[in-house]
Write a protein that binds this ligand. Structure first.
Ligand code: MN3
Length: 247
């Protein structure tokens, strides 16, 4: 094989790991069939590496919180997800996104819902924050935010207010519906907008904030609003824009 051909094939394969479309076992208009996968496509699922050091998000998120959050909480979701999938032969070749999209409100799939959501949500979360980030979205994403919320400032207020008012444990999302429109939503526990049978508004999340107490309590204690304010100093808008454009 010529060197140039090899490089082309390699880069296609590398991209495929992240952006491979989901097998077409669901109909084309479903959001779940249109967006890139976040986690690896082959099971069993594994804890992804962070991509930066535990202390890299200081002072906004402290190193101890990151170490426990990634190494204990997220690892726990991955382990329990794999356990929940044992014996579910029909799901062993499915992407996590497809599994989540097909969940129903059925008590027999509670472990799959909680741990599958937990793995997906945290895998997304680590990638849309990073050291020396923050700032403002640009390009098509900025335009879409302005269209949906009037202005970036309004978006920030609405997103922050949603995050402040999650009762108990949960997440707040910026997501894109299958009409291409952005929306903000709150979900309890480890649910997310991919779970189209379980949420009020379905879509593909492109940004999310974890407002479980384990995400901030060591540093912020009861001051969730401070954590939310500082979260904006960590958002990797280039990464969010990639997810926005990928569908
Ligand atoms: Mn968490």
């Amino acid at each position: 094989m010529k060197k140039r051909t090899f490089i082309k094939v390699s880069s296609t394969l590398a991209t495929g790991v992240i952006l491979s479309p989901i097998a077409s076992s669901c109909h084309n208009t479903s959001v779940s069939s249109m967006h890139p996968t976040i986690t690896q496509t082959l099971q069993p699922f594994a804890l992804p590496s962070l991509g930066y050091a535990f202390d890299a998000l200081e002072p906004h998120i402290d190193a101890q919180t990151m170490e426990i959050h990634h190494g204990k909480h997220h690892a726990g979701y991955v382990n329990n997800l794999n356990k929940a999938l044992e014996g579910m032969q029909d799901k062993t070749s499915q992407s996590l996104e497809l599994i989540l999209a097909n969940l129903s409100d059925d008590t027999s799939t509670v472990a799959l819902r909680n741990n599958g959501g937990g793995h997906y949500n945290h895998s997304l979360f680590w990638t849309i924050i990073g050291p020396n980030k923050g700032g403002l979205p640009t390009g098509a994403l900025a335009t879409a935010i302005n269209e949906a919320f009037g202005s970036y400032d309004n978006f920030q207020v609405e997103f922050s207010n949603a995050a402040k008012t999650v009762f108990g444990s949960g997440w707040v999302w910026l997501a894109k519906n299958d009409m291409g429109k952005l929306f903000i939503s709150k979900t309890p526990n480890q649910d997310n907008p991919l779970m189209k049978n379980l949420v009020a508004e379905a879509g593909v999340p492109i940004l999310g904030i974890d407002v479980w107490e384990h995400a901030y309590y060591l540093k912020y204690q009861n001051l969730r609003a401070e954590y939310i304010k500082n979260f904006f100093n960590l958002i990797d808008w280039d990464e969010v824009a990639k997810r926005f454009s990928a569908m």
